[in-house]
Design a protein around this ligand. Structure first.
Ligand code: PEP
Length: 245
C-alpha cells in the first residue's frame, strides 16, 4: 500500500538551510517513488518550495482563518496558494498548547483551507494526563467532531487525520502499534457516526510522534495507518529518506 510521508520542520531552518536541504533531498528521492511526500516548511522558506522535486508537495504548518485584513503577523490561504502550497497542517498540538487554538478556531481554519483548495492535515491526540485518566477516546471524539462541524462528506478526501498523541511528540516515546490501532478505530467510528461507513473506510489516517528511521519500520507495517507525520527526524534529509524507503 502506498503511504503518505509528511515532514514538519516546525521553527527550524533558515532560507539558506532549506535550500541546502532541498538540494540534498532531491538527489535522494528514489526514481521509482510511489509514496506521497509532502514537506511543510517554515513560512519564510515557502518561496523555496519551487526548487523541490516536482513529486514533492509543498506544505505549510499553519494559516489564519480569515481571508485577509488587519491580522498582523498572520498568513492567509491565498498567500499559501500563491506559493503553490498544496497542504496545510492544522490543529497541531503545539498550536493548541502554546497558541491556545480551540477546536472551534481549527474548524474555521479547515473551512477556509478547503474553500481555497488546500489539503488539510488535522492533528488530534491526547495528553499523557488525559491518557492516564482514560479520556483518550473522549478527547479524540470531541477534537474530530468539533473540528469537522459543517464539513461535507465529499470534502473529507482533502482531509488527512493525523493521530499524534501529545506525549509522543518530540519525546522519543513512540506509541505502541496496539495503541495506534485502537485510536484509529475510535477515529473511524467517529467518522462513521458523523458521515457514513464509506467515509470512515476511506478516511486517510496517519501517525505522528517521535518517529525515526528505526522506530518507523515497525509502525509503518501497521496497515491501519496510511502514513506518517514526522517532525525532528525529517530535518535531516538522509534520515527522512530512510523513513520513506
Ligand atoms: C510533529 O511535530 O508532528 C511530530 C510528530 O514531531 P516529532 O516527530 O519530532 O515527534
Amino acid at each position: 500500500m502506498n503511504k503518505i510521508f509528511i515532514a514538519n520542520f516546525k521553527m527550524n531552518k533558515t532560507n539558506d538551510e532549506v535550500l541546502e536541504y532541498i538540494n540534498e533531498f532531491n538527489k535522494l528521492i528514489p526514481k521509482n517513488l510511489s509514496d506521497e511526500i509532502c514537506i511543510c516548511l517554515p513560512f519564510t522558506a515557502l518561496c523555496n518550495g519551487k526548487f523541490l522535486d516536482e513529486r514533492v508537495v509543498l506544505g505549510a504548518q499553519n494559516m489564519h482563518e480569515q481571508e485577509f485584513g488587519a491580522f498582523t503577523g498572520e498568513i492567509s490561504a491565498d498567500m499559501l496558494k500563491n506559493l503553490n502550497v498544496g497542504l496545510v497542517i492544522l490543529g497541531h498540538s503545539e498550536r493548541r498548547n502554546y497558541f491556545n487554538e480551540s477546536n472551534e478556531k481549527i474548524n474555521k481554519k479547515i473551512k477556509t483551507a478547503l474553500r481555497h483548495g488546500l489539503k488539510v492535515v488535522l492533528c488530534v491526540g491526547e495528553t499523557k494526563f488525559q491518557r492516564n485518566s482514560k479520556k483518550t477516546n473522549q478527547v479524540l471524539k470531541s477534537q474530530i467532531e468539533e473540528a469537522l462541524v459543517g464539513i461535507y462528506e465529499n470534502e473529507l478526501s482533502s482531509v488527512i487525520i493525523a493521530y499524534e498523541p501529545v506525549w509522543a511528540i518530540g519525546t522519543g516515546e513512540v506509541a505502541k502499534n496496539g495503541d495506534i490501532s485502537t485510536a484509529v478505530k475510535v477515529i473511524r467510528d467517529v467518522i462513521s457516526n458523523l458521515y457514513s461507513e464509506n467515509a470512515s473506510k476511506n478516511q486517510k489516517i496517519i501517525y505522528g510522534g517521535s518517529l525515526t528511521s528505526e522506530t518507523s519500520k515497525n509502525i509503518l507495517k501497521n496497515d491501519d495507518i496510511c502514513g506518517a507525520l514526522i517532525g525532528g527526524a525529517s530535518l535531516n534529509p538522509n534520515e527522512f529518506i530512510k523513513i520513506i524507503s
